[in-house]
Design a protein around this ligand. Sequence first.
Ligand code: GDP
Ligand code: IMO
Ligand code: MG
Length: 434
Amino acid sequence: MNGKNVTVIGLQWGDEGKGKVVDALAGRSAYVARYCGGANAGHTVTVDGERFAVHLIPCGILHDGVMNVVGNGVAFDPATALDEIQALQARGVAISPENLAISLQAHVVMPWHKLQDQLSEQSLGNDKIGTTARGIGPCYSDKANRSSAIRVAELLNPTTLRMKARLVGAIKNKTFAALYNASPMNIDEIIDTYVDLAETLRPYARNTGELLRGAERDGKRILFEGGQGCMLDIDHGTYPFVTSSVVSACGVPAGAGVSPKAVGHVVGIMKAYTTRVGAGPFPTELKNDIGDAIRDAGNEYGTTTGRPRRCGWLDTAVVRYTADLSGVDELALMLLDVLSDLDELKICTAYQVDGKEVREADPTMLAKAECIYETLPGWKQDITGCRTFEELPAAARDYVNRVGELIGRPVGIVSVGPGREATIGHNSAIEGLI
Ligand code: GDP
Ligand code: IMO
Ligand code: MG
């Protein structure tokens, strides 16, 4: 469990299969830490055919002997966290302060954040962002605003919580009534509920930055579990159709309370095609039978909201950009099996923008990018049983190799099914890290 840290991040618009890869690597890590986002994330892990979908609790929770950390950069929803802890415990997963720590500095998602998220989206009509309605944007807005924010440390102090929540709740009620004609929330009821929630969660709350820096000093491996995908990064994604935190590897130090040197070996997770939930530009989107076929084959419905995901061809101009941004060392190519029924596969290699060829996505010009594609033959056979790279049909191997070549990085992991076993290691440096 000692050795170089690993950072797992999404290179597209989220749902790339980060949960599966974190689970695969967690057993070789002493710590698994979330540093961004909140319950907008939905990470799926499938163990022996049993499916676990987690939102706030790191995916390392399914492994014995791993300390799971919810870092200071997370928008922490205590109600969702408690539901999730209890649901996992009911399925036999051991959870205690021995294997779960929540940062005292994380910002709390309060009921008004979720309400504000919904009201704001409703009022925007066709211009809405298409958020997960988990209160993420409003929580981070209050974090930046400071005076209207509540952190976990304050949640745990009933006197401070009552004082602050009364003040902030009154402002929110006035604002929502004026802007959206909304009925007032019962702030005293909310306070009572959150005082109780805080008591249940108190044993888990601690200084997680200190914990992780101590792990660093002791040479214990930390695995940083990214949320969302780099194209949803607040600074570097397709703004304003993004989430509200820094989700690329650039967000790890600030969101976990470690030095930039702790980021370690960066594994970039990508689908063998592209999906996106919510609004915003998506150059390779397929609004046709092929897109529908990919959605059906990949069961592309949101883990958090159940919304159908928009589907399209692989866009290597996007991944080239996000892999550079996050300093990706190796790629994990996920859901390759989903493409098995297609006669031929297209890969976007570059764009035409204003008559010029552009090889690296620039989120500010994505809406007017026209895709340049190359076409590869499909393999038209079931690959879910393949366990080595050599067992894959030649056309599938060619596809994987071409993806690595176009992005300029090695494909270390190929995934051919949701289960732990359906994973092919292919010249991955990870083994060398152990
Ligand atoms: P995350 O948010 O990046 O962790 O990804 P999600 O869990 O939201 O979505 C990925 C989905 O793909 C989940 O339902 C996984 O179980 C599933 N999945 C992961 N890898 C594979 C794969 O190689 N093949 C197939 N068919 N499904 C996969
Ligand atoms: P994981 O970790 C896919 C998207 C939403 C919306 C935009 C803003 O499972 O990959 P927000 O609720 O964050 O304000 O929504 O971001 N989004 C995700 N899409 N996977 C996610 O997480 C996402 N988290 C947020 O659909 O377009
Ligand atoms: Mg997801």
